[in-house]
Design a protein around this ligand. Structure first.
Ligand SMILES: CCCCCCCC/C=C\CCCCCCCC(=O)OC[C@H](COP(=O)(O)O[C@@H]1[C@H](O)[C@H](OP(=O)(O)O)[C@@H](O)[C@H](O)[C@H]1O)OC(=O)CCCCCCC/C=C\CCCCCCCC
Ligand SMILES: Nc1ccn([C@@H]2O[C@H](COP(=O)(O)O)[C@@H](O)[C@H]2O)c(=O)n1
Ligand SMILES: [Mg+2]
Ligand SMILES: [Mg+2]
Length: 211
C-alpha cells in the first residue's frame, strides 16, 4: 500500500520535476548541490521555524525542501551521472533532515510542557532511524529491504499533517500524529527485520549453512 502511494505520487510529480531538473542542469547546478541545499532548507524550516512554534511556516518550508529529494536523483539520472557517492550523500542527508525534523518537534513540545509528546517525538526519531538503519545494514550485507508501511515519505507526511493541523489551532493533532507514527515506525522495523530474516534463511538454505 505504502509502495503504491509512493509510486503513484512519484509518477504524478515527474511532470513537474523533470523540467526543473533539466533547467538546473543547464544552469550548471550539480545533483550533489541540490542534495545539500535541500537538506539545509529542511534544517532552516525545522529548527528556525518549527522548533520555535511557527508550525505552519515550518511545515511548509520543510515540505518544499524535502521535495527537492526527488530532484537530485532525477538530475543524476538525466545527466547519466548517478554516482555511488551521490547515493551515499542522498541517504546520509536524509538522516540529517529527519533528525532535525523530529528534534525540532521534540524541542517545541518541551517548550509547551507536553512531556508525553516529547516522548513520542523521541520514539519517532529513534524508530525512524532504525527503519533506515536496518535497510542500510541489510543492503551492506548484499540483501534487499524495500518493504515497510512507514518509509521516509509516509513518516514525513504523517508528522507534516500533524504539524500543520496543530499550527492551525488543533494542538492535539501533533502528539496524536506522533504516537501514530511511533507505532507504525516500530511496526516497520519489525517488517524489515522479518524480511531480512527470511532472505538470510533462504541464502543459508541455498548454500547449505545455518542463518
Ligand atoms: C505541510 C504538511 C502538510 C502536508 C502536505 C503535503 C504536501 C506534500 C505534497 C505531496 C506529497 C508528495 C509525495 C512525494 C512522493 C515521493 C515518492 C518517493 O518515491 O519518494 C522517494 C524520495 C527519494 O527517496 P530516496 O531514495 O532519496 O531516499 C531513501 C530514503 O531516505 C530511505 O529511507 P527509509 O525509507 O529507509 O527510512 C533510505 O533507506 C534510502 O537509503 C534512501 O535512498 O523520497 C522523497 O523524496 C521524500 C519525499 C518527501 C515528501 C515530503 C512530504 C513532506 C510533507 C511534510 C513534511 C513536513 C514536515 C513537518 C515538520 C513539522 C515541523 C514542525
Ligand atoms: N546527489 C545525488 C543524489 C542521488 N543520486 C542517485 O539517485 C538515487 C536516488 O534517487 P531519488 O530520485 O530517490 O533521489 C541515488 O540512489 C543515486 O543513485 C546521485 O547520483 N547523486
Ligand atoms: Mg534524492
Ligand atoms: Mg534524499
Amino acid at each position: 500500500m505504502a509502495k503504491i502511494f509512493q509510486v503513484t505520487a512519484r509518477a504524478g510529480m515527474t511532470r513537474v520535476v523533470e523540467p526543473v531538473a533539466r533547467r538546473l542542469l543547464r544552469a550548471g547546478v550539480t545533483p550533489n548541490t541540490v542534495t545539500v541545499t535541500g537538506t539545509l532548507g529542511v534544517l532552516v524550516g525545522a529548527l528556525g521555524f518549527g522548533a520555535r512554534g511557527h508550525l505552519v511556516a515550518g511545515a511548509l518550508i520543510v515540505t518544499v525542501f524535502a521535495l527537492t529529494d526527488l530532484l537530485d536523483g532525477t538530475m543524476a539520472r538525466m545527466s547519466g551521472g548517478s554516482t555511488r557517492f551521490g547515493a551515499f550523500l542522498d541517504s546520509s542527508m536524509d538522516r540529517v533532515a529527519d533528525s532535525a525534523v523530529f528534534g525540532a518537534v521534540a524541542y517545541y513540545l518541551a517548550t509547551e510542557g507536553d512531556h508525553s509528546g516529547v516522548a513520542a517525538a523521541l520514539l519517532c526519531l529513534a524508530a525512524g532511524g532504525l527503519v533506515s538503519y536496518v535497510k542500510a545494514r541489510a543492503e551492506g550485507l548484499g540483501l534487499t529491504c524495500n518493504v515497510g508501511i512507514a518509509e521516509r515519505t509516509e513518516r514525513l507526511l504523517i508528522v507534516g499533517v500533524g504539524g500543520l493541523v496543530a499550527g492551525l489551532g488543533l494542538k492535539v493533532a501533533l502528539p496524536a500524529a506522533l504516537w501514530l507514527l511511533a507505532a507504525v515506525s516500530i511496526f516497520t522495523v519489525g517488517q524489515r527485520m522479518a524480511h531480512v530474516y527470511r532472505q538470510a534463511q533462504q541464502v543459508s538454505t541455498a548454500s547449505g549453512r545455518q542463518g
